[in-house]
Ligand binder design. Structure first.
Ligand code: CP
Ligand code: NVA
Length: 340
């Protein structure tokens, strides 16, 4: 079961925290398609509530009593599915899993018609898709919250848990030098936006031609400018790792891109996270990966299993961060003694 929180209790109790109270009021009934749907203060609220859920799980065990959540997944999953299911089950709700791997959303009937049916039975829709538009279209047509559990464009729940893990480890996210090395993909996009929201300096090193989407870069730089931090794009992994507090990587072949495996392998080889790259980072740096990892491809066994790796803390925190998100989107805080 979940480990004990390593965070000190906050100076301001969660039920009086202005970020959490404002987020609870604004986010109830809303969707989470992208990190860009959230303000900096809402991202901070999710992390603060996530730490409290981790520290005091029993306070929330009836918070989502009888709430129904459907997970409709077009792609494989271990962490996302289980952390959402375990998360809602431990707050009194229930999860229904619909495997869409052989039946893409929108094929048998329109996404709008799926939304108009499903909203009659459940309180929240969690989607893992290929096209990001599938998620925004469901959100536009469903009267219940829709959560992006990974699309080809973003993985917001992952990034929330990852920065919760950074905050847990370093005590802050502000001013942290966060380096992502590898493909400028869905995970990279959500990390850039979340890091910028939380005042981290984000450096991304990708091979030429694999940099993150320009709209995400522009948006992340705008957000960073407002939060006193910066977003840098490089093509040299060693320069990106210099002095980093966290080095993060992901697979170079995301789900749906398998046909590019042979072409990509040599291009991404110089971007492998290994002992030599970790030595360029701060001596107290951590290694991060969303998992699943392709061992000895984008990261060596020595780094993945080594003392700097916090990958399983990230995996655990998926559940706590998503519980916080569900509490805010489903108005669950009013059902907890903690918030009376
Ligand atoms: N990190 C992550 O989303 O893992 P799964 O693909 O197993 O859900
Ligand atoms: N970028 C990877 C993340 C898996 C969690 C993918 O989309 O397959």
């Amino acid at each position: 079961m979940a480990s004990k929180s390593m965070m000190e209790p906050p100076a301001v109790p969660v039920h009086q925290d202005p970020d959490i109270l404002a987020a609870a009021a604004r986010m109830a009934g809303e969707d989470l398609c992208s990190i860009a749907d959230l303000s900096s203060s809402e991202v901070r609220a999710i992390l603060k509530l996530g730490h409290d859920v981790k520290r005091n799980p029993t306070e929330y065990r009836r918070a989502l009593d009888a709430k129904q959540m459907v997970l409709m997944f077009e792609k494989a999953s271990l962490r996302t599915r289980m952390s959402f299911e375990a998360g809602i089950n431990t707050m009194g709700g229930n999860a229904i899993f619909v495997d869409q791997t052989n039946s893409p959303l929108g094929e048998r009937e329109s996404i709008a018609d799926v939304a108009r049916n499903v909203e009659r039975w459940v309180d929240v829709i969690v989607l893992r898709t290929y096209a990001h538009d599938t998620i925004t279209e469901m959100a536009a047509n469903a009267r219940v919250p829709v959560i992006n559990a990974l699309s080809d464009f973003e993985h917001p729940c992952q990034a929330l848990a990852d920065f919760m893990t950074i905050e847990e480890h370093f005590g802050t996210t502000k001013g942290i030098n966060f380096t992502y090395v590898g493909d400028g993909n869905n995970v990279c996009h959500s990390l850039m936006l979340t890091g910028a929201q939380l005042g981290a300096n984000v450096t991304v090193a990708t091979p030429r031609g694999y940099s993150p989407d320009i709209e995400i870069v522009t948006l992340a730089r705008d957000i960073a400018g407002a939060n006193g931090c910066e977003v840098r794009l490089l093509q040299d992994p060693a320069a990106a790792a210099e002095g980093a507090d966290a080095i993060y990587t992901d697979v170079c072949v995301s789900m749906g891109m398998e046909h590019e495996s042979t072409k990509r392998a040599p291009i991404f080889r110089p971007f492998q996270v290994n002992d030599a790259l970790m030595q360029k980072a701060s001596p107290s740096a951590v290694f991060m990966h969303c998992l699943p990892a392709r061992r000895n491809a984008e990261v060596t066994d020595a780094v993945l299993d080594g003392p700097q790796s916090i990958v399983f803390d990230q995996a655990e925190n998926r559940m706590h961060a998503q519980k916080a998100l569900l509490l805010l989107l489903l108005g669950g805080l009013s059902n907890t003694a903690h918030f009376q």
